[in-house]
Ligand binder design. Structure first.
Ligand code: ATP
Length: 235
């Protein structure tokens, strides 16, 4: 199922946060949204997952009109959003946090299987199964957020700055896990300020500036674009 945003306008009172925004994410892709602070990346994800509503424009996923769906119905349909900051339950164990991802899944055996698979993919979580979520490192918390999403059976995953605050080596590990989750069949929309890391795993990307798409293309094209290099990749 393809995710499509068409000519979206989003306001927060007088702040015009998204301007005539159109993006597409095809099934099976990793698409990255790049841009600096305040460019509108988080707003785009909030709009897709129903936390914000557009003033005008269309947001569809396959034949579903997302502007008419409630966030929990989207979760049930496999549209999962991992917000910035990860939102781990700090006094619950790693395992309890993981199982929470399956709260809408009726088949408990399936929940167990998916949790086992998350541990396989991220052995660091398995080693910390009984540890309190709040005591995990930033990278481990990001892995736990990904694991929790996996237990929900994601078809489309919205990721908000998974690399935030992580050391370069850990960023690489997290990106590799995202790539693997994608290879197993989950479509990914990846918001990142860390353009270098995002372009390594993405198929395509859009650059947002002041709520508008200013550039788009394949990740390989953008990684070689002089404007992208200057503004987002450094010398
Ligand atoms: P960051 O990387 O800093 O999170 P971003 O690209 O995700 O940036 P958004 O958080 O989407 O950007 O913000 C886009 C614009 O909308 C900014 O000008 C921001 O100040 C404004 N904005 C975001 N949320 C609100 C809100 N709840 N109320 C008012 N203005 C908001």
């Amino acid at each position: 199922m393809k995710l499509t945003l068409e000519n979206v306008e989003l306001y927060y009172h007088r702040v015009h946060a998204l301007r005539n925004l159109s993006i597409e994410v095809n099934e099976g892709e990793i698409v990255s949204l790049l841009g600096n602070n305040g460019a509108g990346k988080t707003s785009t994800l909030s709009l897709i997952s129903g936390l914000e509503r557009a003033k005008s424009g269309r947001v569809t996923w396959g034949d579903k009109d997302l502007t008419k769906m409630q966030p929990w119905d989207m979760v049930g349909a496999g549209l999962l959003h991992i917000p910035e900051g990860r939102r781990i339950f700090s006094t619950m164990s790693v395992h309890e946090n993981l199982l929470l991802g399956g709260y809408l899944v009726k088949d408990q055996k399936l929940v167990q299987e998916r949790a086992d698979h998350a541990y396989e993919l991220m052995p660091r979580l398995a080693e910390r199964r009984d540890q309190e979520g709040g005591t995990l490192s930033g990278g481990e918390q990001q892995m736990l957020a990904l694991g929790r999403a996996l237990v929900g059976g994601p078809k489309l995953l919205l990721l908000d700055e998974p690399s935030m605050g992580l050391a370069p080596l850990i960023v690489k590990q997290v990106m590799d896990i995202i790539k693997q989750i994608n290879a197993e069949g989950t479509t990914v929309l990846l918001v990142e300020q860390n353009a270098r890391s995002a372009l390594k795993i993405a198929d395509r990307a859009y650059v947002l500036e002041s709520g508008r798409v200013t550039m788009s293309g394949t990740a390989a094209e953008l990684a070689q674009d002089a404007r992208v290099i200057e503004a987002y990749l450094g010398a």
